[in-house]
Design a protein around this ligand. Sequence first.
Ligand SMILES: [Zn+2]
Length: 287
Amino acid sequence: MPFLSLPLISRRSVALAPFGIVMSRAATTSQHWALLSDTHIPANAEDSYRGFKPVENLKTVAAQVAAAKPESAFICGDLARLEGLPADYEQLKGLLAPVTDKAPTAMILGNHDNRKNFLAGFSSSQKGTQSVQGKHVLVVDGPAVRFVFLDSLLQSNVTPGQLGKAQRSWLSEFLKNSNDKPTMIAVHHPPDDGDGSLTDFQFLFQIVKPHKKVKAIFYGHSHVYRYDVMDGIHLVNLPAIGYNFSDDQPVGWVDSVLTAQGGDFTLHAIGGNREKDGKTVSLKWRG
Ligand SMILES: [Zn+2]
């Protein structure tokens, strides 16, 4: 597992430093991100679906994430239960405090969010906001990789998503004008041809494919935990925190260590199918 060795080298270099052994910083630069999705937080803490209480689930996950001490975190959309009501976001804010108090947390909008209500409660906490007409878009640059958080919310409580022309034009220009740092894209809707997916996913691929720095696309929405590769670009479907749609899927979050060469992704399953709990998937980025 070549990528697992990177953070270990990094830790050892700290231990050896007093003895005068200096290791190259560039070779060991990594970023620790907590990857969350589909929290589906309702105002009413007792709300349940398929036997899961999203509020209880996020309490458990927030404590685990805080204990893992990531440098940053993101939530891949469907922050709110169904319609993105102001009271949903109030509840979410309180539940996330153990994470957001310590690590900047980027939030992506899904089809169960409401952009106006979300921004009223969270806009000041969102770092790296880009000027894209009618969309909540962020760019977060780190030492090893860069994240671009896109907005596929088309209409609250309507299933399919769309980036739209203005956002696609922005992304195209951004990728042309930014440096070659390995770039991760995150968006709520799946980049596939499903009826409830990202309706303009083919345009998205046309834009990102020629830019070799784009290494992976992270998404949520399906409440499925899954890895695929398309045209050398890794597709990472993050599990839901609120509830699963089928018993064979985990409920939980993914801890990650990312470098310029690849990433290690460890599932923390708190419910549903926990078979892969604690298991790490290592990905190598395209060259
Ligand atoms: Zn969802």
